[in-house]
Design a protein around this ligand. Structure first.
Ligand SMILES: [Zn+2]
Length: 243
């Protein structure tokens, strides 16, 4: 044994791969949630403003859009993360049972998995034996299933985070339409919303590693179309006397 390993740099600030991917996923989900809050609430308040100049009507619609959207995001996230967690838990339970019932077959399975990754039989046997001695369950979960028992996401956290992200996004158009004087309400909201969408679009692309200009144009054009459509519909309904 040489002592060369002791002088190798340890890269203390290099993030653990799984942790970094997890944080980026959260950030990405937050940006998408904020984006949803901006577009859906802006479309609703601009639509109502097209039909009516009543501030209470616009405020009521905007607050309802914020609350309804946040609850719907939280529910959707809760359901999807819960079912993902259930399936991870049942995989973990199954693996634990197999290890208790037939440890020899499990050791052989782990050895073959390491052989399949490119190790020689002798090396694979040694790796499998050492990992099994250290923490057999963790070794099977990561080698076989690619999951980490300690990284199972809480559905409550996910639900709360997406509701919060949506609400922050929804507040922007709500304030933008309520604070300015009546005459400039709608144009101010358009500008605020499109600038905010450009920011979330660019941030989302930067996190996801995509093209920043393309993503920005896509989200801004999509948002502008949504606002123009609901404003036009609101104006038609308002002037036709239907509402
Ligand atoms: Zn196994």
């Amino acid at each position: 044994m040489s002592d060369s390993t002791s002088v190798l740099p340890t890269h203390p600030d290099e993030p653990h791969q799984g942790g970094l991917a997890g944080r980026l996923n959260w950030l990405r989900a937050g940006v998408l949630g904020a984006n949803d809050g901006i577009v859906s609430t802006a479309s609703i308040v601009v639509g109502v403003a097209g039909a009516s100049a009543s501030v209470p009507a616009i405020a009521t619609a905007g607050v309802a859009a914020l609350v309804g959207g946040a609850v719907s995001m939280a529910l959707g996230e809760y359901v999807s993360v819960s079912s993902q967690r259930d399936s991870q838990r049942s995989l973990i339970d199954q693996e634990r049972r197999e290890l208790a019932e037939d440890p020899d077959a499990e050791l052989e399975e782990l050895t073959q998995l390491w052989q399949a990754k490119g190790l020689e039989r002798v090396t694979a046997e040694r790796v499998a034996a050492e990992l099994t001695a250290e923490d057999a369950l963790a070794a099977h979960l990561s080698t076989e299933l690619g999951i980490d028992e300690t990284e199972v996401v809480s559905p409550w956290n996910a639900a709360f985070a997406s509701a919060a992200a949506f609400s922050i996004g929804a507040l922007l158009p709500l304030l933008a339409i309520l604070l300015p004087p009546a005459g400039v309400r709608v144009p101010v909201t358009f500008v605020v919303v499109l600038v905010a969408l450009a920011l979330t679009g660019a941030t989302g692309a930067r996190i996801g590693g995509g093209s920043v200009p393309r993503a920005t144009v896509r989200v801004v054009v999509g948002g502008a179309l949504a606002l123009a459509a609901t404003f036009a519909i609101g104006s038609v309904l308002g002037t036709s006397g239907l509402v």
